[in-house]
Design a protein. Structure first.
Length: 135
């Protein structure tokens, strides 16, 4: 039996605002945008060529979810965007206005820099020292 994480829900303030940022600034593909009725949508984005794990952009349902926007993990790095060309992606993301919290650094596991999405969630841009093997 094979399993994988198909989507991770990310609470966003506004669908269109989030789509624009993830597509135009981060360079993700808009995989799906389906109307669900009553103002709800099923909105999925993913890095170009990502075959499995995607982000489900979800508007908050209530005050508790609204309060979590930008702080879904209490300030810890939330998501890890892996790349095979750190220098290229760091330069492109910086040019498109992505806010990096730190300069790139080299760790035993690879080259990494923490950046923020449009709501302030912390992400790692990461190029592994040894590429992860595919399942």
């Amino acid at each position: 039996m094979t399993q994988h994480i198909g989507a991770i829900a990310l609470v966003v303030r506004d669908y269109d605002e989030a789509i624009a940022w993830y597509r135009d600034v981060l360079g993700f593909d808009l995989v799906e945008d389906t109307q669900m009725g009553q103002g709800k949508r099923w909105v999925v984005v993913a890095p170009p060529g990502a075959p499995q794990t995607r982000l489900l952009l979800a508007r908050p349902d209530g005050d508790a979810q609204r309060a979590a926007i930008g702080n879904q993990t209490g300030g810890r790095v939330f998501l890890f965007l892996e790349t095979t060309d750190f220098a290229r992606d760091f330069a492109a993301m910086t040019a498109r206005g992505v806010r990096f919290r730190e300069a790139p650094r080299h760790e035993p596991y690879g080259t990494v820099a923490v950046f923020e999405d449009l709501y302030g969630n912390a992400w790692d841009l990461l190029q592994r020292a040894t590429p992860a093997s595919d399942p």
